[in-house]
Design a binder for this molecule. Sequence first.
Ligand code: XIL
Length: 447
Amino acid sequence: MRSLRTGLSLTSLVAGLALLLTAPAAHAADTPLRDLGAAKGKVVGTAVTGSKLTGTYGDLAGAQFSSLTPGNAMKWESVEPAQGSFNWAEADQIVAFAQAHNQQVRGHTLVWHNQNPNWLTNGSWTPAQLTTLLQNHIGTEVGRYKGKIAAWDVVNEPFNEDGTYRPTLWYNGLGTDYIAKALTWARAADPAAKLYVNDYNVEGVNAKSTALYNLVRSLKERGVPIDGVGLQAHLILGQVPSTLQQNIQRFADLGVDVAITELDIRMNLPSDSAKLAQQKADYKAVTAACVAVARCVNLTVWGFADSDSWVESTFPGQGAATPYDGNYAPKPAYYGIAEALGGTSTPPPTGGCTASYGVGSQWNTGFTGNVTISCSGASLSSWKVTWTYGAGQQITQAWNATCTQSGAAVSCANAPYNGTVPDGGSVSFGFNASWSGSNPVPTVTLG
Ligand code: XIL
């Protein structure tokens, strides 16, 4: 009897443990960017890293965006590190993830002066050899993903700041015609993919963007396949070019699509509320310029979270350049994009929705758990709660939610009948699970 009592009191102690967390509630209640974009005829994308596509990062990449660009996985050094030896693993993974989430893929990039494999960079090649190498590279890579890539950044960064051609391996060996050749080979390998030339510092009207404009015009005159221009848009806080929309429009008037391909807006660290407010205005201005021109078809951020950005390692002392902070909470910049896409939601100044996890009863091999989603000053029309089990716990059955578990990762979404959580209300679901050794309470995320 005494030991039973001890057992019961332990159980009630466990039952009393509940972890209450403030989730990124603002985005949970908001229309995803991809849906806002669709209503405006815009695809909204992000660059991604394949190995990160799980947990919160994977959830956000899948839920918020309708296009993925592999940040590095399709670059030549990634796919052919040794000549004739290919590694498609990360690129394949990203393409599969995109297909599973009904997303487009922007292929990036086929012809560039950076991130080429050493064997290519250090080789000495005749023009004929360079031609064969480039034709085979494009044929192999574009052919592998034929039918799966919405658009290719065929040529990346061909110009100097003054509008002259950048002296690269390709330009030096093959002259300006490497661009026309690359586009023609890409078209042959996948006739359905839109073919782009992509560059940076070409967002406003300037010498470099005018060189890009003249290139596109001459390619079109010659009948070379060119479908679009990519404006990378690695911008600096407060420096959105005033001629951005005019520049997008002049390319559209040439008869090509325009994509904002690598948007980020960096600031001097540390960030503060004034800088974040300016960044919101800047993101909103860039998005609005794209919205204003029908042929601006895609707005892609170069990494969606500050913890996944190239900026801090590339521009010392600068960072905080993306729409989400390092904890995957949306920043004002996120709402700048959303508002320019017609979203009405703004982050609630107070209030929000939270999820709390509790253990109801526990026995030697199993336990019953419950999660309550509560809203105050906000509401939800659907919900998903995720967590990671730290000690091998395994869900066996759930009620009032649909739960899946993959390894340690658990994801529970509302049942058809209980997605709505009104302001001031709550919804709960329950589950049975197994445990052994220990049964620590996980951190739950509402998203
Ligand atoms: C960057 C990646 O984000 C980094 O991870 C990598 O170390 C360097 O390249 N312009 C481009 C992108 O076209 O491919 C670059 O991506 C950023 C600048």
